[in-house]
Design a protein around this ligand. Structure first.
Ligand SMILES: [Zn+2]
Length: 311
């Protein structure tokens, strides 16, 4: 591209006054992309980076997103360093002055919409300086599986889009309120269905269930992983089985990106049943929408616990 053309292309990508075109939004995860589409509606064009079946810690860094981020008006992300394997690198290459990469905050600048803002963070290390070697130094980032946090995400997206595009702030607020009303109605229904799960013991593969435990009432006693990001050692595997037998744990919450062979082996050795869940939207057919993603996980858990209201 010659210089005048490049300058024109860059000028077209910069936010300036009244805009006729749609805001260009890049969202890291499918569930965030879905909520951004709901809140932004006709004023945004949203593209998502990760596929719902990927491990959110190891999303493939797609070079095709460099020009998309360069031209983007906003990037909607989970935050709490969950995207550290791919987003800061892409932002660095994209060189968009409104979204600069940052080690802890992931993205700094007007175009950065951090969906974790205002989420009550669980498992936050007491000393961030000493916790840099940890997988999640800013606390547990897997908050989107708790639908109460879906409300926070929508609010953050509405506020972020309004700051970038104040002309349509009233629309973003109205769309956010409509989404929140739909989600709140589902939350009330889910809470009734989940009541029998309170205190039921379970294990998961990764510590991505702290917020899910909070919402469902499940008591997660351990993980298949030895520690976050580190697969089970033989000694940990033996200890986990002993622990599950001793505490009569009959539920394995299996995040779909982890080995289903390992889930089945654990089920065989403990007599527990498996609930396979997604930790991002669109991990299963029919779960591209945030509410369907949460519904899928709740249905899977209730079915495996033998408490399905629809069985
Ligand atoms: Zn994690």
């Amino acid at each position: 591209m010659n210089k005048p053309l490049l300058a024109l292309a860059l000028a077209a990508s910069l936010p300036c006054g009244a805009r006729a075109a749609k805001l260009r939004v890049v969202a890291t995860f499918p569930d965030l992309a879905d909520i951004a589409r709901d809140v932004g509606a006709t004023h945004v064009r949203v593209v998502g980076i990760a596929r719902g079946t990927e491990d959110p810690h190891q999303v493939v860094m797609k070079p095709s997103f460099v020009p998309k981020l360069h031209a983007a008006d906003a990037v909607v992300f989970n935050g709490l360093t969950l995207e550290h394997s791919f987003l800061p690198g892409l932002l660095e290459a994209a060189a968009n002055p409104n979204m600069r990469p940052d080690t802890f905050r992931t993205c700094l600048g007007q175009g950065c919409i951090d969906c974790s803002k205002g989420v009550p963070i669980r498992q936050k290390p007491a000393d961030i300086a000493r916790s840099q070697g940890e997988l999640h130094p800013m606390g547990n980032p897997h908050y989107d599986v708790d639908p109460e946090n879906g409300l926070v995400v929508a609010k953050n997206i509405a506020e972020g889009l309004s700051a970038i595009d104040p002309a349509h702030a009233a629309d973003y607020e109205r769309n956010e309120k409509a989404f929140a009303a739909r989600l709140r109605a589902k939350i009330a229904q889910w809470k009734k269905e989940l009541a029998p799960l309170k205190g039921v013991k379970a294990v998961s593969f990764h510590e991505d269930v702290a917020y899910l435990g909070h919402f469902t009432g499940l008591d997660f006693i351990d993980t298949v992983e030895f520690k976050p990001g580190v697969p089970a050692t033989p000694a940990h595997w033996v200890k986990l089985i002993e622990e599950m037998k001793a505490q009569n744990v009959k539920l394995i919450v299996h995040e779909q990106q982890y080995s289903s062979d390992q889930a089945r082996a654990l089920a065989r050795q403990t007599g527990a049943r498996i609930a396979t869940i997604g930790v991002m939207g669109d991990a299963f057919p029919g779960t591209a929408h945030y509410i369907d993603f949460v519904q899928h996980n709740i249905d899977a858990i209730l079915a495996a616990a033998g408490m399905s209201p629809r069985s």
